[in-house]
Design a binder for this molecule. Structure first.
Ligand code: ADP
Ligand code: MG
Length: 380
C-alpha cells in the first residue's frame, strides 16, 4: 500500500542518506473500542486500527550500527548512533529507546545487522492512541524485512512486548502491538489474549449513521507509569491469592482483600462488556453499544480508578450532547476518550466538549472521527 506518508518518509530518507531506502514499512495507532486493562489479565479486547500511522524507511548497513532520524513537525531529529552488539536495557533514553529496544530484542533472534532508519508518523504522541507501539511495530517489520526474516505476527507482538517491558521499561501488555499488527480495514479485532484467538468483526459505524469520535484531551498526568504498574501488580496479587493464573479466571471479587476488590470487579465486568459488544456488533445492533461504553468508563473511573478530570469531563459532555455512550481509552490518567455519536449531531457533540473544556479552564482538546484502517505491513 503506497501512501503520501510512505512516499514522504522515503523522500526524507533520500535527503538524509543520498540514496533511496531499501523499503518502507508502516504500522497504525489504535483505538480500543472496549476491553481496557484486560489484556494483562489474560482477558478480551476489541481494538481497531486508526488511519494515523508511523512509517519507517530503512536500508541495511554493513557495520552493525543503527542510525535513527525522526521527522517531527517537519524537523529532523536524530539520535546518537547505536551499535547493535552493545545495546542493553537502560542504555538508551528518550524516543530512541523504542526502536533501540526492538533492535535489542531482535538481536536475541539472531538479527544483528545494522540499519539506517528514518521515521515519520502522524499518530499523536502520548494521546493513548499508541504511537509508541506503532513505532515499535514498524521498526520490527523494517529490521525483519531488511534481514529477510519471516516471522509470525504473534512472535512480532511478543518481541515488541519484550522491547517495551524490558528495554523501555513500560509494563504494557499485548493489546497495542497486536492491534497494530493484526487489525484490518473496516473491522474491529476481537482478541482473546490468553489463547491468542482472533476474530475480525465487521465494524462499519457509518453504515448505521454513527461515528466514533476520538477526543484527545491533550493532557498526560505523571501517574501514567506508576498508576499502571500498581494496578497491574494488584491484579497479579489477586490472582495469586486465589490460586489462579490470572484475574480472567475469577468470577467474583468476593473474599479478596478490600483494596483489591474494585480492581478485580472492573476486570470481570469489562471482560463481560467486551463479549456483549462483540455480540451486538455481529447482530448490527450498533446503538446498543453506547451504554456499554459508558459503563466501561464508570468502571474505569470508580473501580479501576485510572480516569482523570479531563477524561471525565470529555465523556460527560459528549453524553449530555447526545452521544450514545463515551469512555476513556488506553492506560488512563490522560490521553483520549471515545464517544459513539449519531453522525448528524457530531458537530454539536464536538462543540459541547470544547465548551466544557473551556468552562473548566482546560486547553482545547483535539477531536477526529476514527474509521477502522489497515494494520501494519510493508508499503514499498
Ligand atoms: P502513546 O503510545 O500513547 O502515544 P507513549 O508515551 O507510550 O504514548 O509513547 C509516546 C512516545 O513514543 C513519544 O514521546 C516518543 O518518544 C515516541 N514516539 C512515537 N512516535 C514517534 C515518532 N514518529 N518519532 C519519534 N518518537 C516517537
Ligand atoms: Mg505507548
Amino acid at each position: 500500500m503506497k501512501s503520501t506518508g510512505s512516499n514522504s518518509t522515503a523522500k526524507a530518507f533520500a535527503r538524509l542518506h543520498g540514496v533511496a531506502p531499501a523499503g518502507v514499512w508502516s504500522a497504525p495507532g489504535r483505538v480500543n473500542l472496549i476491553g481496557e486493562h484486560t489484556d494483562y489479565n489474560d482477558g478480551f479486547v476489541l481494538p481497531f486500527a486508526i488511519p494515523q500511522r508511523t512509517w519507517v524507511a530503512a536500508a541495511p548497513r554493513e557495520d552493525g550500527v543503527i542510525t535513527l532520524a525522526s521527522v517531527v513537525d517537519g524537523e529532523v531529529v536524530t539520535a546518537p548512533p547505536l551499535r547493535v552488539g552493545s545495546l542493553g536495557p537502560g542504555g538508551v533514553q528518550g524516543w530512541a529507546a523504542y526502536p533501540a529496544g526492538v533492535a535489542w530484542v531482535l538481536r536475541q533472534q539472531g538479527i544483528t545487522g545494522g540499519a539506517d532508519l528514518v521515521i515519520a508518523g502522524d499518530v499523536p504522541h502520548g494521546s493513548g492512541l499508541s504511537s509508541s507501539h506503532s513505532l515499535e511495530v514498524a521498526t520490527a517489520l523494517a529490521l525483519l524485512g531488511l534481514a529477510g526474516v519471516e516471522a509470525s505476527k504473534s512472535d512480532v507482538a511478543q518481541w515488541v512486548q519484550q522491547a517495551e517491558n524490558d528495554f523501555v521499561g513500560a509494563p504494557t501488555g499485548l493489546l497495542d502491538q497486536t492491534a497494530s499488527l493484526c487489525c484490518t480495514e473496516a473491522h474491529a479485532l476481537f482478541l482473546d489474549v490468553r489463547s491468542g484467538k482472533q476474530e475480525q468483526v465487521p465494524f462499519d459505524a457509518a453504515r448505521y449513521g454513527l461515528e466514533v469520535l476520538v477526543i484527545d484531551t491533550r493532557v498526560s498526568h505523571s501517574l501514567v507509569e506508576s498508576g499502571y504498574a500498581e494496578r497491574r501488580a494488584g491484579c497479579e496479587e489477586a490472582a495469586r491469592l486465589r490460586g489462579v493464573a490470572a484475574v480472567r479466571d475469577l468470577d467474583t471479587e468476593a473474599g479478596l482483600p478490600e483494596e483489591l476488590q474494585p480492581l478485580v470487579r472492573h476486570v470481570i465486568t469489562e471482560n463481560a462488556r467486551v463479549l456483549k459488544t462483540v455480540e451486538l456488533l455481529r447482530e448490527n445492533r450498533y446503538a446498543e453499544i453506547g451504554p456499554l461504553l459508558s459503563a466501561s468508563h464508570a468502571s474505569l473511573r470508580d473501580d479501576y480508578r485510572v480516569s482523570c478530570v479531563e477524561l471525565d469531563v470529555a465523556a460527560e459532555a459528549a453524553e449530555k450532547a447526545g452521544a450514545l455512550g463515551a469512555r476513556m481509552i488506553g492506560g488512563g490518567f490522560g490521553g483520549s476518550a471515545i464517544a459513539l455519536v449519531p453522525a448528524e449531531i457530531r458537530a454539536d457533540v464536538e462543540r459541547a466538549v470544547f465548551e466544557a473544556f473551556a468552562v473548566q479552564g482546560f486547553g482545547p482538546p483535539r477531536t477526529f472521527t476514527a474509521v477502522p484502517a489497515a494494520g501494519a505491513g510493508r508499503d514499498v
